[in-house]
Write a protein that binds this ligand. Structure first.
Ligand SMILES: *[C@@H]1O[C@H](CO)[C@@H](O)[C@H](O)[C@H]1NC(C)=O
Ligand SMILES: *[C@@H]1O[C@H](CO)[C@@H](O)[C@H](O)[C@H]1NC(C)=O
Ligand SMILES: *[C@@H]1O[C@H](CO)[C@@H](O)[C@H](O)[C@H]1NC(C)=O
Ligand SMILES: *[C@@H]1O[C@H](CO)[C@@H](O)[C@H](O)[C@H]1NC(C)=O
Length: 471
């Protein structure tokens, strides 16, 4: 069994206790702004006082208590909640978990990435629950599944729970990798349908029925390791309809809107317990011309997606946004990437509050080390910008609900790196930034009850501590 997760959990409880004590003893007067150096010292002190986990009953007991409370994530207004406590998210992406789990020689990497993630307090992972018609396919042809690969997905779900990590499972791909909508169209053509575009995926009734059959197969899967049906498993945070849907054949957005309307209700009707999100990148479309100024470029309005309208569909519980200044604005790194990141996030947080009344998760963000002008301190600045912007929302009870790094890799998987991989052991400064943010998020989650805007009586001295931003 892993010990990191327990140590991290214990650390949070310890820190919270220290805060409460300090708060009590100072009779709510501020003890001043604590900077990150002081914070680090404090965390180190906590570490030093931690008994080694193998000899500590306390740590095991804590873990047992948590075991009983492994409940479904829900939504209240613009926050996520678990058992009525807020659940702000610091998470990550690792898309290839199922494929790695399908092969005994690489299965260990799945465990390793969860272990590494949990050691820096990451609590949500987004990954693919699709692989259509390709090498190591889950779905070999419409409705036909490879049982060994499904068992690999069972392993991913079961292993995530071991490390107290919840999963956002994406059900299809817009892009060709792992099959995507193009594979569905190939299947349709092979069965004699007259299809002319990959976007027929969204509109042709037969292809819609293929997609629905896949949804049904995954949601009703009984995990062969845990015996829990996926649709009843609290390890699953949410279903994602599709990774980055775009429908360029219809810039009006109607075609994609119709597909989302059909599918969101379909998923919800089969599984009312889990949250559902679309998987959009977040571009503003024709329904909100005044928001187009926030798009990274003018092409973004032409891809058939419409952030606000799409998310008003019945059955969609929270909004998703991706952030890629380097692929949308310029590959060469500039300061404008940081400014874009902040204004893109703030615009979507505002939409989620004003028009949608739901949480928003920044479900992919990152920067490629292959970009001209890249260095690791730029990446750290980008990550800090995302975290700071979210904390600024959290502080006032806003809709910014969390973020997921693209992407976390364990050691020895460099050959899979597209430039965006973060390997914690090779990036101590990034590791520290992630860890500090996890600690802040975990403290907020454990201290604050629902609707506790950060203006309530718990304000001092935690606020200075959590939101002081000389990062
Ligand atoms: C296939 O569909 C296209 C576009 O909908 C149409 O123009 C064409 O006539 C159809 N071909 C056949 C053989 O039905
Ligand atoms: C799952 O069910 C099987 C068959 O009923 C049983 O042998 C096994 O112990 C169960 N496993 C768990 C983890 O409950
Ligand atoms: C890192 O890159 C940024 C953006 O290109 C640049 O402004 C900064 O000077 C670089 N820092 C170092 C230490 O090279
Ligand atoms: C916090 O968010 C508000 C509302 O979006 C914004 O006006 C303000 O500039 C932000 N503050 C910081 C420090 O980012």
């Amino acid at each position: 069994m892993d010990t990191n997760k327990r140590v991290f959990g214990f650390k949070i409880i310890f820190l919270v206790s220290v805060f409460i004590l300090l708060n009590e003893s100072s009779k709510c007067s501020s003890f001043g702004v604590m900077d990150d150096e002081q914070f680090k010292t404090m965390v180190e002190e906590v570490d030093n006082h931690l008994p080694s986990s193998s000899s500590s009953q306390g740590v095991y007991e804590l873990n047992d208590v948590e075991e009983d409370e492994w409940l479904m994530v829900a939504k209240k207004g613009n926050q996520f909640v678990i058992n009525d406590q807020p659940f702000y998210v610091n998470g990550f992406n690792t898309y290839w978990l199922m494929v790695f789990a399908a092969d005994q020689s690489t299965r260990g990497k799945v465990t390793e990435v969860f272990q590494k993630a949990s050691s820096v307090g990451l609590s949500v992972c987004r990954t693919w629950a699709f692989n259509d018609g390709q090498w190591r396919a889950l779905q070999k042809s419409p409705g036909v599944y490879d049982e060994d690969v499904f068992k690999a997905l069972d392993f991913v779900v079961s292993e995530a729970k071991q490390y107290k990590i919840r999963l956002i499972l994406s059900l299809a791909n817009n892009w060709d990798a792992y099959g995507g909508k193009a594979q569905y169209v190939k299947w349709g053509k092979a069965s004699g349908l007259n299809l002319t575009s990959d976007d027929d995926f969204f509109s042709h009734p037969t292809l819609r029925s293929y997609y629905k059959a896949h949804v049904k197969a995954v949601l009703n899967r009984v995990n062969t390791i845990t015996n829990i049906t996926y649709k009843d498993d609290p390890t699953i945070f949410a279903w994602e309809l599709m990774n980055e849907p775009r429908c360029t054949s219809d810039p009006s957005g109607d075609k994609l809107q119709s597909w989302i309307t059909d599918m969101a209700v379909y998923v919800k009707s089969m599984d009312a317990k889990h949250l559902v999100e679309i998987g959009l990148e977040g571009f503003y479309g024709p329904s909100a011309p005044d928001r187009a100024q926030f798009n990274p470029n003018s092409y973004a309005t032409q891809v058939g997606t419409d952030f606000i309208r799409n998310h008003q569909v019945l059955g969609v519980d929270f909004a998703s946004v991706h952030i890629y200044a380097d692929s949308w604005i310029s590959q060469t790194i500039t300061d404008s990437h940081i400014q874009f990141t902040k204004s893109w996030m703030e615009a979507h947080i505002e939409d989620a509050e004003k028009y949608l009344g739901m949480p928003v998760v920044f479900a992919e963000f990152g920067v490629s080390s292959k970009d001209p002008g890249y260095n690791s301190s730029f990446r750290d600045t980008l990550i800090n910008t995302v975290y700071k912007t979210l904390l600024n929302s959290t502080k006032r009870g806003g809709s910014g609900a969390g973020s997921l790094l693209w992407q976390l890799f364990p050691d020895g998987t460099d050959y899979m790196d597209d430039g965006y991989a973060i390997v914690l052991s090779k990036s101590p400064s990034t590791s520290n930034i992630i860890s500090l943010h996890s600690t802040r998020v975990a403290i907020v989650n454990s201290m604050c009850s629902w609707k506790c805007k950060w203006g309530c009586k718990k304000r001092n001295p935690l606020e200075a501590f959590l939101y002081h931003d000389d990062l």
